[in-house]
Design a binder for this molecule. Structure first.
Ligand SMILES: Nc1nc2c(ncn2[C@@H]2O[C@H](COP(=O)(O)OP(=O)(O)OP(=O)(O)O)[C@@H](O)[C@H]2O)c(=O)[nH]1
Length: 318
């Protein structure tokens, strides 16, 4: 590995460790309480562990899966000391994440055979959608790719303004219209402009009003249909942004959005500043949709490509 890559990975690790600090501290302290005074993993310890995982936002279904696996190991090995629990939990969570086809990437990238590569971003207000688009544009631009943003969240003027702020910050072009205009028309203009300018990546912000699912579904369907008039088979990626700090709410939003449109990737934001980072484990396990990115801070560099091995390492390394 080159020196540059080494420096980069250690910076990434540092920022991931820092981002997951609250989740980790809370999780490990609950875990040590769960085994306090016990030398062997028994039914009581497993019950406590179940509570720890559920209260760490791993989600009930995924928690039960993990508990069942540990139970099976305990009954096979006959004896398991509580001091081994951390290692065993780490192995089981790693194993669980390895079974899904997610989180093996380590670098920001877009397929080279799709130009422009079109990402449509969905998610409710306030989850960090605009920030994630800005951070992503920054990463792609850093690689020398030509990026264009489309402000198709025309429902609120603030959404357009915020995207403009990020476009200025990253220094990439943005296509926008006035508030209230047709999002599909903005998407059309953005793609046309991308084709004309020979852009590599297009990121389209859309409104995510969940209070009326039928409207949302119709709107997203229309945006997609209109995009396809300009570039075949677009969007190539529909990315749902979820706020990790909302824990179980993020699960609910994932369920609702996947009903309204075909979501192909997830970004989980605000993992720093929350103890609910376990949500990434549950979401990765339960939705057959890759968590591609995680937000670990408000800064422009604070978006990471989600890698399950790095995540589990950071989670369990004390
Ligand atoms: N700590 C932290 N804050 C974040 C992260 N991602 C976004 N935020 C903050 O979350 C707030 C909302 O982010 P926006 O990007 O404006 O959210 P949005 O989903 O576009 O919401 P609207 O603009 O209201 O539609 C901002 O204050 C961001 O700085 C993250 O990974 N960590």
């Amino acid at each position: 590995m080159s020196l540059f890559k080494n420096i980069f990975s250690s910076k990434k690790k540092e920022s991931l460790d820092k981002g997951l600090e609250k989740t980790k501290t809370s999780f490990l302290s609950k875990l040590s309480k769960a085994v306090a005074g016990k030398s062997k993993v028994d039914d009581d310890v497993l019950d406590n562990l179940e509570e720890v995982l559920v209260s760490s936002d791993v989600g009930v279904t995924t928690t039960l899966k993990i508990i069942e696996r540990i139970e099976a190991r305990v009954s096979k090995d006959k004896y398991m000391g509580t001091e081994e629990l951390n290692t065993i939990l780490r192995e089981e969570i790693s194993g669980l994440l390895s079974e899904t086809n997610v989180g093996s990437e380590t670098e920001f990238s877009v397929p080279k055979d799709k130009k422009p590569y079109v990402i449509m971003v969905v998610g409710v207000n306030g989850v960090g959608k605009t920030t994630t688009i800005g951070k992503l544009a920054y990463q792609f631009k850093k690689q020398g790719l030509k990026v264009i943003l489309g402000a198709a969240d025309t429902f609120r003027a603030a959404a357009i303004d915020q995207l403009q702020v990020w476009a200025d910050r990253v220094d990439v072009p943005i296509v926008k219209q006035s508030m209230g205009s047709d999002p599909a028309s903005v998407a059309f203009d953005t793609l046309s402009s991308a084709v004309k300018q020979d852009a590599d990546v297009v990121i389209i912000d859309t409104a995510g009003r969940l209070h009326n699912k039928v409207n949302l579904m119709n709107e997203l369907t229309k945006v997609k249909r209109v995009m396809q008039k300009v570039v075949d088979n677009t969007p190539h990626e529909v990315m749902l942004v979820l706020d990790g700090s909302t824990g179980q709410n993020a699960f609910e939003q994932a369920k609702e959005f996947t009903k309204a449109t075909e979501v192909t990737s997830l970004a989980v934001t605000k993992l720093d500043g929350t103890a609910k980072g376990g949500v990434v484990i549950g979401i990765s396990d339960q939705f057959q949709i890759p968590v591609k990115y995680i937000g670990v801070g408000e800064g422009i560099e604070d978006l990471q490509v989600f890698n399950k091995h790095e995540f589990v390492d950071s989670f369990f390394n004390v």
